[in-house]
Design a protein around this ligand. Structure first.
Ligand SMILES: [Fe+2]
Ligand SMILES: [Fe+2]
Length: 231
């Protein structure tokens, strides 16, 4: 049975599971160095925050669109509400790092916005494709599992990434932290793990396959992010 443990690369010494697949060119140190460059430039940081806000907003919207039906549970509503609040949180912090800008979700207001959104869409498509090969799942079950798997992949990555981002925000004295967000993402992750343990007998092997692909998608995105800040 997959259990929630200390999941991130920060704690990888414990050999716990699940964890993002480590990539040679986007190690914790690479991500940290990238984030340090980002936060040192207020206009760039503002766009980066706006992009994270967009991804959180997409998450919330996707939950509401795909999981709205007569059996919509309290936990689904809570999850969508919290992701919407995360989108608002990151949007609001833009004013703190660069009071001169008012950013919308337009191309010029984002940091590699299109590529970042594609990362999200690719995960969704990957899960959809995999589940479509399961004849025993009906439409509603597929939609539910799609929500759970897409979310768990994003949560594992977000949990890892937000920890690193939080450390950089603290070390560079940026004036805000992500402790509350990290706690909520951890709550979502526990919930997805508990639900998938119950709802998919092939959870562990399916997740393992998905994590390998997610690692590739994130590495591609990270390369694009990194290349766009090279001097
Ligand atoms: Fe979130
Ligand atoms: Fe979340």
């Amino acid at each position: 049975m997959v259990q929630l443990a200390e999941k991130t690369r920060l704690f990888q010494g414990n050999g716990t599971f699940p964890t993002p697949i480590p990539q040679t060119d986007c190690s914790s140190r690479d991500v940290q160095m990238f984030l340090e460059k980002i936060v040192e430039q207020p206009s760039l940081h503002a766009k980066f925050l706006n992009t994270i806000s967009l991804l959180e907003h997409m998450g919330s919207r996707k939950i509401l669109v795909s999981q709205s039906h007569s059996r919509t549970s309290e936990s689904v509503l809570q999850h969508a509400a919290e992701e919407a609040r995360h989108a608002y949180f990151f949007k609001k912090k833009i004013r703190l790092v660069d009071p001169s800008v008012r950013l919308q979700y337009q191309k010029e207001d984002l940091f590699q916005g299109e590529r970042s959104a594609i990362y999200f869409q690719r995960l969704d498509a990957l899960v959809k494709r995999n589940l479509s090969k399961e004849p025993e799942f009906d439409k509603q079950k597929k939609s539910r599992l799609n929500y759970l798997y897409t979310t768990i992949l994003i949560e594992i990555r977000a949990f890892d990434f937000y920890h690193l981002y939080n450390q950089v925000l603290e070390s560079k004295f940026i004036g805000f932290h992500l402790n509350g967000i990290i706690k909520e993402e951890e709550g979502h992750l526990s919930e997805m793990i508990a639900s998938l343990n119950l709802e998919d007998p092939r959870f562990e092997s399916r997740l393992e396959g998905f994590l390998i692909k997610e690692g590739k998608f994130f590495r591609n995105l990270f390369r694009t992010w990194k290349s766009s800040i090279k001097e």
